[in-house]
Design a protein around this ligand. Structure first.
Ligand code: ATP
Length: 261
Protein backbone atom coordinates (compact mmCIF):
# COMPACT_ATOMS: atom_id res chain seq x y z
CA UNK A 1 0.00 0.00 0.00
CA UNK A 2 1.32 3.46 -0.92
CA UNK A 3 1.40 6.38 1.51
CA UNK A 4 -1.54 8.67 0.96
CA UNK A 5 -0.27 11.07 3.57
CA UNK A 6 3.29 11.60 4.70
CA UNK A 7 4.26 13.95 7.50
CA UNK A 8 8.00 14.61 7.63
CA UNK A 9 9.82 16.16 10.59
CA UNK A 10 6.91 18.47 11.24
CA UNK A 11 7.37 21.49 13.47
CA UNK A 12 4.42 23.72 14.39
CA UNK A 13 4.72 27.01 16.23
CA UNK A 14 1.89 28.97 17.88
CA UNK A 15 2.10 32.79 18.12
CA UNK A 16 5.63 32.64 16.61
CA UNK A 17 7.08 31.45 19.93
CA UNK A 18 5.38 28.31 21.27
CA UNK A 19 6.68 25.15 19.57
CA UNK A 20 3.90 22.59 20.09
CA UNK A 21 5.09 19.85 17.72
CA UNK A 22 8.70 19.04 16.90
CA UNK A 23 10.17 16.58 14.41
CA UNK A 24 6.97 14.56 14.01
CA UNK A 25 7.01 12.05 11.15
CA UNK A 26 4.19 9.70 10.28
CA UNK A 27 2.67 7.89 7.32
CA UNK A 28 -0.89 6.93 6.51
CA UNK A 29 -1.28 4.24 3.86
CA UNK A 30 -4.26 4.38 1.55
CA UNK A 31 -7.17 2.38 2.99
CA UNK A 32 -5.66 2.12 6.46
CA UNK A 33 -6.80 3.24 9.90
CA UNK A 34 -4.07 5.01 11.84
CA UNK A 35 -4.38 6.29 15.41
CA UNK A 36 -2.49 9.00 17.26
CA UNK A 37 -2.36 8.18 20.96
CA UNK A 38 -1.21 10.49 23.75
CA UNK A 39 -2.18 12.48 26.79
CA UNK A 40 -3.38 16.06 27.05
CA UNK A 41 -1.07 18.52 25.41
CA UNK A 42 0.96 15.87 23.54
CA UNK A 43 0.43 17.65 20.22
CA UNK A 44 -2.19 15.40 18.61
CA UNK A 45 -4.70 18.14 17.79
CA UNK A 46 -1.94 20.38 16.50
CA UNK A 47 -0.78 17.61 14.16
CA UNK A 48 -4.32 17.20 12.76
CA UNK A 49 -4.63 20.97 12.39
CA UNK A 50 -1.37 21.08 10.44
CA UNK A 51 -2.61 18.36 8.08
CA UNK A 52 -6.06 19.93 7.57
CA UNK A 53 -4.83 23.52 7.32
CA UNK A 54 -6.72 24.74 10.40
CA UNK A 55 -3.66 26.35 11.97
CA UNK A 56 -4.14 29.96 10.92
CA UNK A 57 -7.21 30.46 13.10
CA UNK A 58 -4.99 29.81 16.12
CA UNK A 59 -2.16 31.99 14.85
CA UNK A 60 0.05 28.95 14.24
CA UNK A 61 2.23 27.84 11.31
CA UNK A 62 4.22 24.88 10.10
CA UNK A 63 7.72 26.26 10.71
CA UNK A 64 9.74 23.24 9.63
CA UNK A 65 9.27 19.91 7.90
CA UNK A 66 6.41 19.17 5.55
CA UNK A 67 3.08 17.49 4.89
CA UNK A 68 2.77 15.47 1.66
CA UNK A 69 -0.54 14.42 0.15
CA UNK A 70 -0.18 11.95 -2.73
CA UNK A 71 3.38 13.20 -3.15
CA UNK A 72 2.47 16.93 -3.21
CA UNK A 73 3.41 19.39 -0.49
CA UNK A 74 0.34 20.87 1.26
CA UNK A 75 1.62 22.39 4.51
CA UNK A 76 0.43 25.92 5.27
CA UNK A 77 -2.25 25.79 2.60
CA UNK A 78 -5.68 27.19 3.61
CA UNK A 79 -8.26 24.66 4.87
CA UNK A 80 -10.62 25.01 1.88
CA UNK A 81 -7.83 24.03 -0.56
CA UNK A 82 -6.90 21.04 1.53
CA UNK A 83 -10.56 20.03 1.86
CA UNK A 84 -10.88 20.18 -1.94
CA UNK A 85 -8.12 17.57 -2.22
CA UNK A 86 -10.26 15.16 -0.19
CA UNK A 87 -9.19 15.67 3.42
CA UNK A 88 -11.94 16.27 6.00
CA UNK A 89 -11.59 17.07 9.70
CA UNK A 90 -14.04 16.20 12.49
CA UNK A 91 -12.85 18.60 15.19
CA UNK A 92 -12.88 17.95 18.93
CA UNK A 93 -15.28 20.83 19.63
CA UNK A 94 -17.87 22.80 17.62
CA UNK A 95 -18.46 19.80 15.41
CA UNK A 96 -22.10 20.50 14.46
CA UNK A 97 -24.34 23.52 13.83
CA UNK A 98 -26.39 23.38 17.01
CA UNK A 99 -29.29 25.53 15.82
CA UNK A 100 -29.82 23.44 12.66
CA UNK A 101 -31.59 20.10 12.45
CA UNK A 102 -29.72 16.86 11.78
CA UNK A 103 -30.80 16.91 8.15
CA UNK A 104 -29.92 20.60 7.70
CA UNK A 105 -26.47 19.86 9.13
CA UNK A 106 -25.93 17.18 6.49
CA UNK A 107 -27.20 19.45 3.71
CA UNK A 108 -24.95 22.28 4.89
CA UNK A 109 -21.91 20.02 4.73
CA UNK A 110 -22.12 19.34 0.99
CA UNK A 111 -19.40 21.17 -0.90
CA UNK A 112 -19.73 22.62 -4.38
CA UNK A 113 -18.33 19.49 -6.01
CA UNK A 114 -20.94 17.32 -4.33
CA UNK A 115 -20.44 14.12 -2.41
CA UNK A 116 -22.27 11.00 -1.41
CA UNK A 117 -26.00 10.71 -1.10
CA UNK A 118 -27.57 11.50 2.26
CA UNK A 119 -29.17 8.05 2.12
CA UNK A 120 -25.67 6.47 2.33
CA UNK A 121 -24.96 8.43 5.50
CA UNK A 122 -28.30 7.28 6.94
CA UNK A 123 -27.38 3.68 6.04
CA UNK A 124 -24.23 3.97 8.12
CA UNK A 125 -25.94 5.89 10.94
CA UNK A 126 -29.63 4.85 11.02
CA UNK A 127 -30.12 6.83 14.22
CA UNK A 128 -29.51 10.05 12.25
CA UNK A 129 -32.37 9.12 9.97
CA UNK A 130 -34.68 8.65 12.94
CA UNK A 131 -33.52 11.99 14.37
CA UNK A 132 -33.37 13.88 11.06
CA UNK A 133 -35.73 16.66 12.24
CA UNK A 134 -34.14 17.03 15.70
CA UNK A 135 -32.18 20.19 16.42
CA UNK A 136 -28.50 19.21 16.68
CA UNK A 137 -28.07 21.13 19.95
CA UNK A 138 -30.33 18.55 21.62
CA UNK A 139 -28.37 15.47 20.50
CA UNK A 140 -26.42 13.29 22.91
CA UNK A 141 -22.63 13.21 22.70
CA UNK A 142 -22.64 9.99 20.68
CA UNK A 143 -25.32 11.22 18.27
CA UNK A 144 -23.39 14.45 17.83
CA UNK A 145 -20.21 12.53 17.00
CA UNK A 146 -22.15 10.44 14.46
CA UNK A 147 -23.61 13.59 12.90
CA UNK A 148 -20.16 15.17 12.72
CA UNK A 149 -18.73 12.08 11.00
CA UNK A 150 -21.80 11.85 8.74
CA UNK A 151 -21.42 15.52 7.77
CA UNK A 152 -17.76 14.98 6.92
CA UNK A 153 -18.70 11.96 4.78
CA UNK A 154 -21.12 14.09 2.74
CA UNK A 155 -18.08 15.43 0.84
CA UNK A 156 -16.70 11.92 0.12
CA UNK A 157 -13.33 12.50 1.74
CA UNK A 158 -10.47 10.18 0.86
CA UNK A 159 -8.94 10.87 4.27
CA UNK A 160 -11.06 11.47 7.34
CA UNK A 161 -9.33 13.04 10.34
CA UNK A 162 -11.17 12.59 13.65
CA UNK A 163 -10.05 14.48 16.74
CA UNK A 164 -10.91 12.69 20.00
CA UNK A 165 -13.20 9.92 18.83
CA UNK A 166 -14.33 8.60 22.22
CA UNK A 167 -13.95 11.56 24.58
CA UNK A 168 -16.87 11.74 27.01
CA UNK A 169 -18.78 8.87 25.40
CA UNK A 170 -20.13 5.70 27.04
CA UNK A 171 -18.24 2.45 26.19
CA UNK A 172 -21.25 1.04 24.33
CA UNK A 173 -21.43 4.12 22.11
CA UNK A 174 -17.69 3.93 21.47
CA UNK A 175 -17.99 0.27 20.43
CA UNK A 176 -20.68 1.22 17.95
CA UNK A 177 -18.60 4.07 16.55
CA UNK A 178 -15.62 1.75 16.10
CA UNK A 179 -17.81 -0.73 14.25
CA UNK A 180 -19.29 2.03 12.06
CA UNK A 181 -15.85 3.38 11.17
CA UNK A 182 -14.68 -0.08 10.13
CA UNK A 183 -17.76 -0.42 7.92
CA UNK A 184 -17.18 3.03 6.41
CA UNK A 185 -13.60 2.09 5.54
CA UNK A 186 -14.74 -1.20 4.03
CA UNK A 187 -17.70 0.15 2.07
CA UNK A 188 -16.58 3.66 1.10
CA UNK A 189 -12.82 3.04 1.02
CA UNK A 190 -12.20 5.98 3.36
CA UNK A 191 -8.75 6.19 4.97
CA UNK A 192 -8.82 7.25 8.63
CA UNK A 193 -6.44 9.12 10.92
CA UNK A 194 -7.93 9.19 14.41
CA UNK A 195 -6.74 11.02 17.52
CA UNK A 196 -7.60 9.02 20.60
CA UNK A 197 -6.61 9.40 24.27
CA UNK A 198 -7.93 5.96 25.17
CA UNK A 199 -5.18 3.57 24.03
CA UNK A 200 -7.48 0.57 24.39
CA UNK A 201 -9.94 2.03 21.89
CA UNK A 202 -7.18 3.22 19.57
CA UNK A 203 -5.42 -0.13 19.42
CA UNK A 204 -8.71 -1.92 18.88
CA UNK A 205 -9.57 0.28 15.90
CA UNK A 206 -6.25 0.93 14.17
CA UNK A 207 -3.93 -0.93 11.82
CA UNK A 208 -1.05 1.22 13.04
CA UNK A 209 -0.56 3.48 16.04
CA UNK A 210 1.71 6.42 16.86
CA UNK A 211 2.29 7.44 20.47
CA UNK A 212 2.93 11.15 21.04
CA UNK A 213 4.35 12.91 24.05
CA UNK A 214 5.49 16.48 24.53
CA UNK A 215 5.17 17.28 20.85
CA UNK A 216 7.09 14.24 19.60
CA UNK A 217 6.39 10.72 18.42
CA UNK A 218 7.97 8.41 21.00
CA UNK A 219 6.87 5.07 19.57
CA UNK A 220 4.90 3.58 16.70
CA UNK A 221 3.89 0.18 15.45
CA UNK A 222 1.13 -2.32 14.77
CA UNK A 223 -1.46 -2.62 17.59
CA UNK A 224 -0.23 -6.07 18.67
CA UNK A 225 3.31 -4.84 18.96
CA UNK A 226 2.25 -1.74 20.91
CA UNK A 227 0.00 -3.79 23.19
CA UNK A 228 2.95 -6.05 24.02
CA UNK A 229 5.30 -3.14 24.64
CA UNK A 230 5.87 -3.02 28.37
CA UNK A 231 5.98 0.76 28.60
CA UNK A 232 2.70 1.09 26.75
CA UNK A 233 1.09 -1.58 28.92
CA UNK A 234 2.34 0.08 32.05
CA UNK A 235 1.47 3.65 31.26
CA UNK A 236 -1.21 3.74 28.56
CA UNK A 237 -3.09 0.52 29.19
CA UNK A 238 -3.08 0.79 32.98
CA UNK A 239 -1.24 -2.49 33.69
CA UNK A 240 0.89 -2.44 36.84
CA UNK A 241 0.92 0.10 39.65
CA UNK A 242 2.80 2.87 37.92
CA UNK A 243 2.31 6.34 39.36
CA UNK A 244 4.70 7.77 36.81
CA UNK A 245 3.15 10.33 34.54
CA UNK A 246 4.49 9.60 31.09
CA UNK A 247 6.21 7.19 28.78
CA UNK A 248 9.34 9.24 29.30
CA UNK A 249 8.97 8.92 33.10
CA UNK A 250 8.64 5.16 32.71
CA UNK A 251 11.83 5.09 30.64
CA UNK A 252 13.72 7.17 33.18
CA UNK A 253 12.45 4.98 36.00
CA UNK A 254 13.66 1.85 34.19
CA UNK A 255 17.05 3.39 33.56
CA UNK A 256 17.41 4.36 37.21
CA UNK A 257 16.41 0.85 38.31
CA UNK A 258 19.01 -0.62 35.97
CA UNK A 259 21.50 1.83 37.42
CA UNK A 260 20.79 1.31 41.10
CA UNK A 261 19.18 -2.08 41.09
P1 ATP B 1 -5.55 17.56 24.03
O1 ATP B 1 -5.94 16.14 24.09
O2 ATP B 1 -5.55 18.22 25.37
O3 ATP B 1 -6.23 18.36 22.97
P2 ATP B 1 -3.28 17.37 22.29
O4 ATP B 1 -2.38 16.20 22.30
O5 ATP B 1 -4.29 17.44 21.19
O6 ATP B 1 -4.00 17.52 23.68
P3 ATP B 1 -2.52 19.99 21.46
O7 ATP B 1 -3.89 20.55 21.69
O8 ATP B 1 -2.06 19.81 20.07
O9 ATP B 1 -2.33 18.63 22.26
O10 ATP B 1 -1.49 20.93 22.22
C1 ATP B 1 -0.07 20.78 22.09
C2 ATP B 1 0.60 21.98 22.75
O11 ATP B 1 0.28 23.15 22.03
C3 ATP B 1 0.15 22.21 24.19
O12 ATP B 1 1.28 22.57 24.95
C4 ATP B 1 -0.80 23.37 24.08
O13 ATP B 1 -0.78 24.17 25.23
C5 ATP B 1 -0.27 24.14 22.88
N1 ATP B 1 -1.36 24.84 22.18
C6 ATP B 1 -2.45 24.28 21.63
N2 ATP B 1 -3.25 25.22 21.08
C7 ATP B 1 -2.65 26.41 21.31
C8 ATP B 1 -2.97 27.76 21.01
N3 ATP B 1 -4.09 28.09 20.34
N4 ATP B 1 -2.11 28.73 21.39
C9 ATP B 1 -0.98 28.41 22.06
N5 ATP B 1 -0.59 27.16 22.39
C10 ATP B 1 -1.42 26.16 22.02
Amino acid sequence: MSALLKVEKLEVTYHRVITAVQGVSLEVAEGSIVCLIGNNGAGKTTTLRAISGFLGLDDARVTDGHVEWRGERIENQPPHRIARRGIALVPERSKVFESLSVEENLDAAVSGRGGIDKARVFEHFPILNRLRARQAGYLSGGERQMLAIGSALMCSPQLLLIDELSLGLAPKVVDELVERLRAIRAELGTTLLVVEQNAQVALDLADHGYVMENGRVVLDGAPDRLREHQDIREFYLGAGQSSRRSYRDVKQYRRSRRWYG
